[in-house]
Write a protein that binds this ligand. Structure first.
Ligand SMILES: Nc1ncnc2c1ncn2[C@@H]1O[C@H](COP(=O)(O)OP(=O)(O)OP(=O)(O)O)[C@@H](O)[C@H]1O
Ligand SMILES: [Mg+2]
Length: 261
């Protein structure tokens, strides 16, 4: 394990699903420990593909991902399990077990630390159960621990997803459009919890978003992809309206030279 500032180094990452067209092409960037980075880009730009390549839900076609000193693209077996338990995922669709309670869902975040028998029997230590209750409390859901996940609102389900990520004791949270299905108030709450994870727990967060205003407000840094390529990597203040327009393939109204007739 590395102890440097840099947590994640992505170099020349390319992914082709069909062997010809490229969903990602030569993407390079790095992230520091505890850094909050938003990933923006229009639909089909390659955001989910990038997140999935980083945690090896899918294999990149070429390029490298070094996470906490581990080369993930060639990791197998024990090394891959170690990498995956230090990278937690938060999904737009929550990925909860709906017939299970909130607390049971949070405890799922510990499964990467169990052998398969203990996992299958859901055997968790007292310390793990305490940590799961603390995490639920942290996201304001201590009162809902024994409610079935399907009885929770969308915002509450996403907060259970974040609590599950927290008990995984990750170095990095990869969140794929965590607020895309939520109303503005729940969206803000979810973003605040992720920001808290970065600030107070030192967990780096890479969060894909369609809402540029949240990216500008919550991020240390923003990266943007367009047509599978990295087209911006910088501070929120440097993401100008014309860059935003080009990321989303729109004409920048401020630079328009077209004359009215
Ligand atoms: N499993 C797959 N098989 C084949 N092509 C895929 C697959 N997943 C994604 N793609 C293609 O890869 C490209 C990037 O898709 P991706 O899902 O990464 O985009 P995205 O930025 O996450 O979009 P969205 O904002 O709609 O979620 C798209 O052209 C998409 O059609
Ligand atoms: Mg996506």
């Amino acid at each position: 394990m590395g102890a440097t500032e840099t947590l994640l180094q992505v170099e020349g990452l390319t992914k082709s699903y069909d062997g010809s067209s490229k969903a990602l092409e030569g993407v390079s960037f790095s992230m520091n420990r505890g850094e909050f980075v938003s990933l923006i880009g229009s639909s089909g730009a390659g955001k989910s593909t990038l997140l999935r390549c980083i945690n090896r839900l899918i294999d990149p076609t070429c390029g490298s991902v070094v996470f906490d000193g581990w080369e993930t693209s060639s990791a197998r077996g024990r090394a891959l399990r170690e990498i995956r338990r230090r990278m937690a995922m938060v999904f737009q669709g929550y990925n909860l077990v709906y017939r299970s309670t909130a607390i049971e869902n949070v405890l799922q975040g510990r499964l990467g630390y169990k052998n398969s028998l203990m996992g299958a029997l859901s055997i968790f230590t007292e310390e793990e159960k305490r940590a799961a209750f603390d995490a639920l409390d942290r996201v304001g859901l201590g009162c809902c621990a024994y409610m079935r996940a399907d009885q929770l609102s969308g915002g509450q389900k996403q907060r259970v997803g974040i609590a599950r990520a927290l008990v995984q004791d990750p170095l990095l949270i990869l969140a794929d459009e965590p607020i895309a299905s939520l109303d503005p108030k729940s969206s803000r709450t979810v973003m605040e919890h992720l920001r808290w994870a970065a600030d107070e727990r030192g967990i780096a967060c890479l969060v894909s978003l369609h809402q540029v205003e949240y990216a500008l407000e919550f991020s240390d840094r923003i990266i943007a992809v367009s047509g599978g390529k990295l087209v911006f990597d910088g501070a929120p203040d440097d993401l100008t309206p014309s860059i935003i327009a080009s990321v989303y393939g729109e004409e920048d109204p401020s630079s328009s030279t077209a004359e009215c007739c």
